[in-house]
Design a protein around this ligand. Structure first.
Ligand code: 6LW
Length: 530
């Protein structure tokens, strides 16, 4: 089977996966965005569809006051004895440093329980059940010799701690040993972790022991996955051996129903040198076991087109490519009463901030897209690919400043905004990068009817167009993608969104009738049925 990486493109980092029968469920980190923890479903590991979110209520996911790239860190999903468990950390959400918690459900599509809070510091928690049904927590920990992976036994339904936390592995010497998962395979306990930091030195390493508490013996060919020695910054035009992925790591292992093994992990696609702006994306690679150790993709680098033994559910075309769904979005807001899976708000929505009434009605509140800890009136989808065409149609009230944004953080966003100046309606592009703000010239938009706004994007950047009814689109301005990159912001864990927003005078409204986001280069040309 051939398939394309990333299997879930855009800001979908820290993947964790479990299989129950023929169904795979995968979760990702979501940070300051609400709802939290996107939940994906697949029957073949390559064709993924977002089924919803795990954390859908404020009681599960308090995000008020959470800074950008705080909130929900790396989750783990597991099934045990017919019950699904998702364990994760909310950084800052309970105004404690980092709160680890578990939610559980009989059906992964929900509803999920209220959070069961744990008294354990650290991030990247994972759960493991031993053969005797005892359940263990592994996560990052501070041991006597520094950062390590710690483990304790707990009751996953009540959160009760049953043992002290003990360090079990310090890793191979890379910084930030994190993202651990424990597995029991062929009589061995395997502890797989990420090291090197989530940036360009990222890697995945593994160790094994005959005993749950160790001592753990490091795999002789660690790291089992890394692109840390690749030279970023050259592209396919210049370098025939170009590999577009960097920062590979933070992995989870899963076995398909035919006994094939797979690794899900994340990677980034830098566009210019060491700059990436659409986040860490979910990837897939085949795994073989050699002498009791996993070998990822035959020890080769991870490519955009992969070749592996087909998963049981995969449907192949005549060239051997597995069907993979399109991530394009086409919404007619006049026909729905709620935002479909895939849409997100910033730290939730103020009551009435986002409702449906002959379209999506966004109401301005006190917060704007510039508010560092705010919940502006905002709804967006993650940017999945570089080549995109985005379009919306809206009718704002005169007191509103509403439009279409490319949003990464409150300090990094480009906003195509409809404004009223001297009684005239006009569009302008407002760009915020760190503490610099620029505004384009006003483009007048005659008439009173709805306005169409567009973004055309490629690797290098975004061009913004506005169009009054019956007119041709007019270029309002443009912005470089590199200034919206994670690295320009001195590190985020998130990626760019295409979003709708309404700010200005509190109470002012804008009605959006539709939203389109089409990606070129998606070979399958439409959602692949599962
Ligand atoms: C996550 C850590 C990491 O908790 O980045 O890449 C952190 N790995 O494991 C935030 O996603």
């Amino acid at each position: 089977m051939k398939y394309r990486n990333p299997v879930i493109p855009g800001f979908y980092p820290d993947p964790s996966v479990c299989r129950v029968g023929e169904d795979f469920y995968l979760v990702n980190s979501s940070f300051e965005f609400f709802p939290g923890v996107p939940l994906y479903h697949s029957r073949d590991l390559v064709n993924w569809r977002q089924a919803g979110h795990v954390l859908t209520r404020e009681s599960q996911l308090p995000l008020a006051g959470v800074r950008a790239s705080g909130g929900i860190y790396a989750p783990t999903i597991r099934e045990h004895a017919g019950r699904y468990y998702m364990i994760t950390t909310n950084i800052g959400g309970w105004h404690t440093g980092a709160q680890n918690f578990i939610v559980h459900a009989q059906d992964p599509l929900g509803p999920w329980s209220e959070p069961v809070l744990l008294d354990q510091e650290g991030i990247d928690p994972s759960l493991f059940w031993d053969d005797d049904e005892a359940c263990y927590y592994v996560g990052t920990h501070q041991g006597e010799k520094g950062s390590c992976i710690g483990q304790f036994q707990l009751d996953p339904d009540t959160g009760a701690r049953l043992t002290e936390t003990r360090p079990i592995w310090y890793g191979t010497g890379g910084k930030c040993p994190e993202g651990p998962h424990m597995y029991k395979i062929g009589g061995w306990y395997y502890l797989m972790i990420a090291e090197g930091g989530t940036e360009y030195g990222h890697m995945e390493t593994i160790a094994r022991s005959r005993q749950l508490w160790g001592p753990f013996e490091s795999c002789p060919h660690n790291p089992i996955l890394t692109h840390r020695n690749l030279m970023p910054g050259f592209d396919a035009m210049l370098d025939p051996d170009y590999v577009e992925f960097q920062g590979t790591g933070h992995a989870d292992l899963v076995e398909d129903s035919a006994g094939g093994w797979w690794l899900v992990f994340h990677a980034i696609r830098p566009t210019q040198g060491q700059l990436h702006h659409i986040g860490r994306e979910t990837m897939l690679a085949p795994v073989e076991w050699v002498d009791g150790w996993p070998v990822v993709n035959g020890g080769q680098l991870i490519q955009a087109v992969m070749e592996a033994k087909a998963t049981p559910g995969a449907r192949l075309d005549s060239q051997g490519f597995a069907a993979q769904g399109s991530f394009s979005v086409e919404e007619d807001f006049t026909q729905v009463q709620a935002l479909p899976a895939g849409w997100a708000h910033l730290r939730g929505q103020k009551p009435g901030g986002c409702r449906f009434e002959q379209g999506l009605v966004l109401t301005a509140g006190e917060d704007s897209l510039d508010s560092p800890l705010g919940s502006p009136s905002f709804a967006g989808v993650r940017q999945r690919q570089f080549l995109a065409f985005v379009e919306t149609e809206l009718l704002p009230q005169p007191e509103a400043q509403a439009g279409l944004t490319v949003f990464h953080t409150h300090q990094h966003h480009y906003d195509l905004t409809l404004v009223q100046r001297d009684g005239q309606r006009a569009a302008l592009l407002r760009k915020r990068v760190c503490d610099m703000v620029t505004e384009s010239a006003l483009v007048p938009l005659p008439g009173e009817g709805p306005v169409t706004l567009q973004i055309h994007s490629d690797k290098q950047g975004y061009r913004f167009f506005a169009k009054a009814q019956g007119q041709e689109p007019v270029l309002v301005g443009q912005g470089l993608s590199q200034l919206l990159s994670t690295e320009v912001m001195a590190g985020t864990f998130t990626g760019c969104f295409f979003g709708l927003f309404c700010q200005g005078q509190p109470g002012a409204q804008a009605r959006f009738s539709r939203f389109t986001c089409r990606y070129s280069g998606e070979e399958s040309g439409g959602p692949a049925p599962q």
